[in-house]
Design a protein around this ligand. Structure first.
Ligand code: RTP
Ligand code: MG
Length: 155
């Protein structure tokens, strides 16, 4: 896991069911690509209740937990792993605040949604969370290391 630091840092991003149904997948992928991050894993999947309960286990005592699990399981999500320098922290900035009402225009939540319970995208909140979530959502052979010819312009 310690190999995933610096330009090899990784984070877990998921387009939530509302984001998929509202056709925001392309726009979201585009923002991460244009920023300069590298896509190393991507799949459209229906998340099981078991997976979602584990993913959001820190929130299990919150009053909105049941609604959150139902929302996240209401349709397929696009699960992704993005790689690059400071990607976990930077991705959270690109997402905006948890509540779209607090998210600045220019952020994904600031531009594309209005309610906290329908906030179109998930991003790991730290490098440690990213490692846990990537292991939860992806098998090792679903993650790809590939040579990036643009890397010398980005770094
Ligand atoms: P996420 O994990 O989905 O990226 O969101 P986050 O870190 O910004 O926020 P977190 O505290 O982890 O909450 C996870 C998701 O739960 C829903 N939520 N609803 N009704 C509420 O007050 C409330 N608070 C949070 C949101 O969908 C949030 O993204
Ligand atoms: Mg969170």
């Amino acid at each position: 896991q310690s190999a995933w630091t610096g330009v090899n840092e990784r984070t877990f991003i998921a387009v939530k069911p509302d984001g998929v149904q509202r056709k925001l997948v392309g726009e979201i992928v585009r923002r991460f690509e244009k920023k300069g991050f590298k896509l190393v894993g991507l799949k459209l999947m229906q998340a099981s209740e078991e997976l979602l309960r584990e993913h959001y286990s820190e929130l299990r005592s919150k009053p909105f937990f049941r609604a959150l699990i139902a929302y996240m399981g209401s349709g397929p999500v696009v699960a992704m792993v993005w790689q690059g320098l400071d990607v976990a922290k930077t991705a959270r900035k690109m997402l905006g605040k948890t509540n779209p009402a607090d998210s600045l225009p220019g952020t994904i939540r600031g531009d594309y949604c209005v309610e906290v319970g329908r906030n179109v995208i998930h991003g790991s909140d730290s490098v440690e969370s990213a490692q846990r979530e990537i292991a939860l959502w992806f098998r090792q052979n679903e993650l790809h290391c590939w040579e990036d010819n643009c890397n010398h312009w980005i770094y």
